[in-house]
Design a protein around this ligand. Structure first.
Ligand code: UTP
Length: 231
């Protein structure tokens, strides 16, 4: 069974406090692929992580501790997601190798972060690389990569396809001065580039998009691959 890795943005999973309806629909879409694909789903920390981290950062708590707290939030969201899936791991893996082993047992494996210093996008890229997945779906709260921040610049345009190098330069530009909110972190893009993993950046709240990508490898978002023309 071909593996598909999904980096599921925490803000999609945890709203006020949990987006139950989304979780139900998301898991029902994935259940439709049982027997055809196996899924590794890496869940972000969302509001839970952000609230804890921003409160404690004001008190000058060190970044390693803040990252550890963020990781706990991601694992809590992962465990919440697991309750909606059949035949899934019960314990959240704490390393890529552990997750890779679980992927040979379960059709669905959920996890959060691994160690301080990166985000769950990087965890998802590492897991994709480790198990040889050709596809990484980055389910985010925006519906693709834009020429500029669409909230600040109304003339910003969505980019249908990007090469790895173009995506890396946009991520680099956005990470300077704009805070951590980039569509994907640099490390994850570099890992995808070195292993030729095709990335689909999509609106994670639009459940029909997952099927479009898995079935037809088409996205209303942005495709990132070796060649921009391959979209
Ligand atoms: P996220 O992956 O959700 O971070 O992990 P993010 O990308 O900054 O969040 P969004 O996508 O914009 O909502 C939450 C936090 O947990 C820590 C980091 O501090 C991260 O910001 N973390 C997560 C790690 O330190 N290591 C990991 O492997 C994962």
């Amino acid at each position: 069974m071909e593996p598909v890795i999904i980096s599921l943005g925490g803000s999609i999973v945890s709203g006020e406090p949990l987006n139950i309806e989304f979780l139900r629909k998301f898991c029902s879409v994935l259940s439709g692929y049982e027997g055809k694909y196996r899924f590794g789903i890496v869940v972000g920390g969302g509001r839970l992580a952000r609230q804890y981290i921003s409160s404690l950062r004001k008190l000058k708590v060190n970044d390693h501790v803040l990252d550890e707290i963020g990781i706990h939030a991601t694992r809590m969201n992962a465990l919440a997601l697991a309750t909606f899936l059949p035949d899934v791991n019960h314990r959240i893996p704490t390393s890529i190798n552990e997750a890779a082993e679980l992927m040979s047992i379960y059709p669905y494996v959920v996890m959060g972060g691994t160690e301080p210093g990166h985000t769950t996008d990087t965890v998802a890229a590492l897991l994709a690389e480790r198990i040889g997945s050709r596809i990484l779906i980055n389910a985010t709260s925006v519906d693709g990569v834009y020429t500029d921040d669409p909230k600040k610049d109304s003339s910003a345009k969505k980019i249908p396809s990007l090469s790895y190098d173009e995506a890396i330069s946009i991520s680099l530009k956005n990470s300077i001065g704009a805070g951590p909110n980039v569509f994907m972190d640099l490390t994850s893009l570099n890992i995808a580039k070195r292993s030729g993993i095709v990335i689909y950046v999509m609106d994670g709240t639009d459940v029909s998009e997952y099927g479009s990508i898995i079935d037809r490898r088409k996205t209303g978002g942005t495709l990132i691959s070796a060649l921009r023309e391959s979209a």
